[in-house]
Design a protein around this ligand. Sequence first.
Ligand SMILES: Cc1ncc(COP(=O)(O)O)c(C=O)c1O
Length: 383
Amino acid sequence: MSAMQKPVSAAALRAPEYVRAIAPYVGGKPIEEVARELNLDPATIIKLASNENPRGPSPKVLAAIAVAAADVTRYPDGNGFALKAALSSRLGVRPEQIVLGNGSNDVLELVTQAFLTPGDHAVYSQYAFIVYPLATQARGALGIEVPAKDHGHDLDAMREAITPRTRLVFIANPNNPTGTWLAGDAVESFIARVPRDVIIVLDEAYNEFLDPSDQVASTAWISRYPNLIVTHTFSKAHGLAALRIGYGVMDASVADLLNRVRQPFNVNSLAQAAALAALDDVQYVEDSRRLNRNGMRQLQAGLQALSVRSLPSHGNFILVEVEDALTIHQSLLRQGVIVRPVANYGLPAWLRVTVGTPAENERFLAALATARDSQATGDARAH
Ligand SMILES: Cc1ncc(COP(=O)(O)O)c(C=O)c1O
């Protein structure tokens, strides 16, 4: 055993091999952690690593949270009556078709819990959101990773990967971390070609950042395709990542199954109150979309000026190709700029950068220029 390895208890060794083999999820580094590790003032650090809304939540949402905070003694409404009612009228589905989650990540987990048993297959694309393979493996199921086309989902190849052993298919649209996006008609025609006893999860975590003309009412497809689950989150455009709230829309019979395996109080009351207020503040989401679009243009222009390649993105983040991503990442950290390496996605030469405020975007671009300069001059200490 090397000095770095921790002893493994006999009990831990009895966990299923497929659980022990899971590579732990590595998230964006928290500001406080970077400040501690690099001896920086947290107030000077910017985080562009987890696709959060740089504006935070709307003031109306903060007011709703303050009101809800007065009653944290009580358990939350385990059925999320008020929020489901609001979502139901917004989306034109019945409340029984909605499952609330502790983040949409929770809904993704619930789907695997309800539908996958060891040996089953789940199909997803290369470079798709990493929770799909993680959640699949946690059930002892087999992830079938379909090679990407132009960094995005190859729907024809994904259809071909479906066999009688396939229980689940995941599609992220737009996809994280690549930012690729599929038009609604392409997604719908794929869904039509999937056998009706295979669940399709259409993960639309970044839907609000699309131009309104590109947004499709995919939840309306569920009446025709009862094997479709559409997931949304309040973590991104609504700026509520820390509260952990998202939801899935599906056939009522599928929702019933997910509700059986979920924790009775999986969504806390502050999150429910905040989401309800966030849904109402349509203008805030629209303004966030505009800020994101302008920030994306700013980043793209700045990267182009630096001759740095990036992928066109439909989300609130952009993949940036740098030669030595680890060194550049370290240099950015030392300059107080946190971005996300994506080597764990099989993209070792890229960094994912969340679109920030204009000032944050500017700061990232300047830090990147410094990082590249110091790399070129071989100055290891530099920023
Ligand atoms: C594609 C995609 N789906 C789902 C999620 C989960 O988000 P949350 O659990 O915060 O709703 C993320 C978060 O980064 C994501 O990128």
